[in-house]
Write a protein that binds this ligand. Structure first.
Ligand SMILES: CC(C)(COP(=O)(O)OP(=O)(O)OC[C@H]1O[C@@H](n2cnc3c(N)ncnc32)[C@H](O)[C@@H]1O)[C@@H](O)C(=O)NCCC(=O)NCCS
Ligand SMILES: Nc1ncnc2c1ncn2[C@@H]1O[C@H](COP(=O)(O)OP(=O)(O)OP(=O)(O)O)[C@@H](O)[C@H]1O
Length: 209
C-alpha cells in the first residue's frame, strides 16, 4: 500500500515526512532518490551530459545542480527532457524501496514527491496526502531556505501545477501555514486514522459515507 505525499515546492513535504518517519512509517523521498540516480558513474548522468553538454558538470565530475536548475526552471522543454532522463529511474528505485518495506512486513509506506499529480502517478496509489500553505508563505519559505531571488523562486513555483489542482485530487490535506506544532498534531491524527483504516479495511481511502 503506497500513500502519496505531495504539495508545491517548499510547502513542507519534507517537514511532514520527517514526522511520519518519527512515527515509524517508511518514507520514500523522491528528491533523495533523484540525487542518487545522477551520481557519477550512473547512466542518468551520462544522458544529462549528452543533452546539456559537459559544462553541466562541476570540476570533480559531479552534477552542477545550480547550473542545471537555472536552465530547466526557465524552460519547459528542457525540464521535460530532464524528466525523461530521471523520472523512469526514480520510479524504478521507488518501486524497489517500497517492495523492500513490504517484505519487512510494513503494511504501508509514504512516497514523498513534488510531481505526483503532474505525472499522474497518484492514480496508482492507495490515496494522496497534499501539504498546503498560502502562496505568500510558500514564496517566503522558498526564498529563505534556498537563498533565491523573488524571480527565481517564482520560476520554480510556476514550473509546478497550482496547489488548487492538487487539492482537487487530495484524499487528505495537511494545513502547514501555521506553527510546526499545529502541523505535527495533524500528522499524528492522520497517522492514527490511516493506520487504523488500513488494518481494518485494507485501504486508507476515505469512503463517501
Ligand atoms: C533541477 C535540479 C538539478 C535542481 O536541483 P536543486 O538541488 O536545486 O533542487 P532539489 O533537487 O533539491 O529540488 C527541490 C525542489 O524543486 C522542485 N523540482 C525539482 N525538479 C523539478 C521539476 N523537474 N519540475 C518541477 N519542480 C521540480 C521540487 O519541488 C523539489 O522538491 C533537480 O531538482 C533535479 O534533478 N530535478 C529533476 C528530478 C525531479 O523531477 N525531481 C523532482 C521530484 S520527482
Ligand atoms: N510550519 C512551518 N513553520 C515554519 N517553517 C516551516 C514550516 N514548515 C516548513 N517550514 C520551513 O519551510 C521550508 C520548506 O519546507 P520543506 O523543506 O519541508 O518543504 P518541501 O515541500 O519538502 O520542499 P521541496 O519541494 O523543495 O522538497 C524549510 O526551510 C522548513 O524548515
Amino acid at each position: 500500500m503506497i500513500i502519496g505525499l505531495t504539495g508545491g515546492i517548499a510547502s513542507g513535504k519534507s517537514t511532514v515526512s520527517r514526522h511520519f518517519e518519527s512515527l515509524g512509517v517508511t518514507v520514500i523521498d523522491a528528491d533523495r532518490i533523484a540525487r542518487k540516480v545522477v551520481e557519477p558513474g550512473q547512466p542518468a548522468l551520462e544522458d544529462i551530459v549528452e543533452t546539456f553538454g559537459p559544462d553541466i558538470l562541476n570540476e570533480d565530475g559531479t552534477l552542477n545542480r545550480t547550473a542545471l536548475g537555472a536552465r530547466v526552471f526557465q524552460d519547459p522543454d528542457l525540464r521535460a527532457r530532464l524528466g525523461a532522463i530521471t523520472h523512469p529511474r526514480i520510479a524504478q528505485e521507488m518501486a524497489r524501496q517500497s517492495a523492500a518495506a513490504f517484505e519487512r512486513g510494513e503494511p504501508w509506506v509514504i512516497y514523498d514527491a513534488a510531481l505526483i499529480v503532474e505525472n499522474g502517478l497518484f492514480k496508482a496509489f492507495d490515496s494522496l496526502i497534499v501539504v498546503a500553505c498560502s502562496p505568500e508563505t510558500q514564496l517566503q519559505r522558498l526564498m529563505a531556505r534556498d537563498g533565491l531571488s523573488v524571480d527565481d523562486a517564482r520560476a520554480r513555483i510556476d514550473s509546478q501545477m497550482p496547489l488548487g489542482e492538487k487539492l482537487k485530487v487530495a484524499d487528505f490535506v495537511i494545513d502547514n501555514d501555521q506553527s510546526l506544532d499545529h502541523t505535527r498534531r495533524q500528522v499524528d491524527e492522520l497517522f492514527n486514522s490511516i493506520d487504523a483504516r488500513i488494518r481494518q479495511t485494507g485501504s486508507a481511502r476515505p469512503t463517501d459515507d
